[in-house]
Design a protein around this ligand. Sequence first.
Ligand code: ASP
Length: 307
Amino acid sequence: MIKHLRSAADLDAATATLILDTAAEMAALAGREVKKLPTLRGRTVVNLFYEDSTRTRISFEAAAKRLSADVINFSAKGSSVSKGESLKDTALTLQAMGADAVVIRHAASGAPHRLASWVDGSVINAGDGTHEHPTQALLDAYTMRSRLGRLDGLRVAIVGDVLHSRVARSNVLLLTTLGAHVTLVGPPTLIPLNIADALSPAAKVSYDLDSVLPDMDVVMMLRVQTERMQDSYFPSAREYSRRYGLDLARMRRMPEHAIVMHPGPMNRGMEITPEVADSSRSTIVEQVANGVSARMAVLYLLLGGKA
Ligand code: ASP
């Protein structure tokens, strides 16, 4: 088993499948009255969050607690980081406290890679800048597999603000490793040149959402990340929705079995309408529940649990 999960590229097909299978076993726990396993008793998991988060932070905390680990939640606000402490000094403090795993979210792409060279424990990337978010890709793959029965040969469109999306990058890497065909869709200003070639030979790019929809098994909408935009990438929110938003009319162009995903948080009314987000074809709430199982599997396997 790998020691760190810094990128979805750390996972080969066998390791990724083992994590998804383990997540399925963890999910079976969620239905029990007592949801805890004693497996990580006495181990310490630190959640080191330098950027805002709702789902991911709560999810990692729930996952670690269900495995009986001691959990320390650290957020940059209210810590010595606001006094200017560097990531390295914070890392050395965590090291001195004996963290077995550090889950890090940071605005700088590559922060988890640096951190891994400073601490002895496992480092898990919970989102670094616009780079990667590998556990999101795992929970997304898990959701696709449980809804549609397979990943191999699945046709997945990832739509919207690909430029700023760590979710998109990790998903392209993981899904193509597992045999899916991924098409990145969005306005040319929000799709980096050569991104498909750079990530995977099995990925393609399209600028025309309507023509892509009838061929897809999965349509994953991305949040338009205005907080990372210094320039204007499209004329107006209305214009963006008209071309790239998923509404009921567009959803009807998808095959009947196809599902709609979104990592959250959503801009309802912009990349996705409320009717689509709340429809029975949307897996958005399921993705959140699956996130806990996927993260339990990652913590369990990285910290030395047996398959
Ligand atoms: N929650 C995801 C992330 O942290 C997606 C998003 O923020 O749009 O990358």
